[in-house]
Design a protein. Structure first.
Length: 312
């Protein structure tokens, strides 16, 4: 066989074995190749055909190539999910933030300190203040009020974005998006790590998971799993098939699934292997938020009938 026919044969094997796991995504243009390796070439084309955007297709193709070098052969299955093939930090991680519980349980993302206190008193184990304001004084007041609001409850409080105010107020942790993470100067990251605060990072695909791992966060958020109207997303909803693949790769971290997840979807989401689910509208839009919180926590605690799928 010529090298070109080798590439085509491997491409077809990958598609035949994995198309069913990642349904519903339109094919993406194949990005410019950065390696002549035939396994990489085949995987890059296959990942693009399966709907992975350019930097994620490149990331998985590199992992497929690394696995073939490590094992000495091309294998169309399983889908790559070994941390070493993606260049993730080996355990124990050299760079790592303070740990948080493996199971964060129901994770409520809330708009202000009043909501934070209300859900903490309702027994929600993990709460996040996502307070939007351009007024530094208002931000500082709201963060301090949220820290005060969880006092006397076991709730763990993360502050979205406003990490300096979180340090000053004595919050449990901070949650950063990829843009927030990229905006940090290395000295800022060192200051945040030295503070002892836990760090959660949002990810929306393979390249962002690799980026997050480089700083050793306390947990990794995976999403958006389903369509959400709360914020304009640069990436398409990832779906349960991708979520399961992400969970296999990032299993060394506590994982939080987020994005459009309602009570009826808890079973299939937990079945991917993630340990926690973040919700927004399911609580703040509920007629009785406390009752909604109890019902969602009961669903999280119930034995799951849907088991994690084995690697395809």
């Amino acid at each position: 066989m010529t090298p070109m026919s080798d590439v085509h044969a491997m491409l077809q094997q990958i598609l035949q074995n994995h198309a069913a796991a990642f349904p519903g995504f339109p094919a993406q243009p194949t990005p410019a190749s950065t390696s002549p390796d035939p396994v990489y070439q085949a995987a890059l084309q296959a990942c693009s055909a399966l709907g992975f955007i350019a930097h994620d297709a490149e990331c998985v193709a590199r992992a497929w190539q690394a696995r073939s070098v490590r094992t000495g052969r091309f294998a169309p299955t399983p889908w790559p999910d070994e941390p070493q093939d993606f260049g993730l930090q080996p355990a124990p991680r050299r760079i790592a933030f303070a740990p948080c519980p493996r199971q964060l349980g129901l994770y409520a993302v809330l708009p202000d300190a009043a909501w934070v206190g209300r859900m903490a008193r309702a027994g929600v184990p993990t709460v996040q203040l996502r307070f939007k304001s351009d007024d530094p004084a208002a931000v500082a007041r709201e963060v301090a009020a949220a820290v005060q609001a969880v006092q006397g409850t076991p709730a763990l409080l993360f502050i979205n974005d406003h990490w300096r105010q979180a340090i000053e107020a004595g919050a449990y942790g901070v949650h950063l998006g990829q843009e927030d993470l990229d905006a940090l100067h290395p000295s800022d990251l060192q200051e945040l790590q030295a503070s002892g605060l836990r760090l959660g990072i949002s990810t929306h695909g393979y390249a962002e998971m690799v980026r997050a791992d480089a700083v050793g966060p306390s947990y990794v958020a995976l999403g958006a799993v389903f369509p959400t109207t709360l914020k304009k997303m640069a990436t398409a909803p990832q779906g349960v098939g991708r979520l399961a693949a992400y969970a296999r790769l990032m299993g060394g971290y506590p994982l939080v699934a987020i994005g459009g997840i309602g009570a009826e979807q808890f079973g299939e989401v937990l079945g991917t292997g993630v340990g926690s689910i973040a919700v927004v509208r399911a609580l703040v839009n509920a007629p009785d938020p406390e009752a909604a919180a109890r019902a969602l926590m009961a669903r999280l605690a119930a034995p799951q009938r849907i088991q994690p799928e084995s690697a395809p």
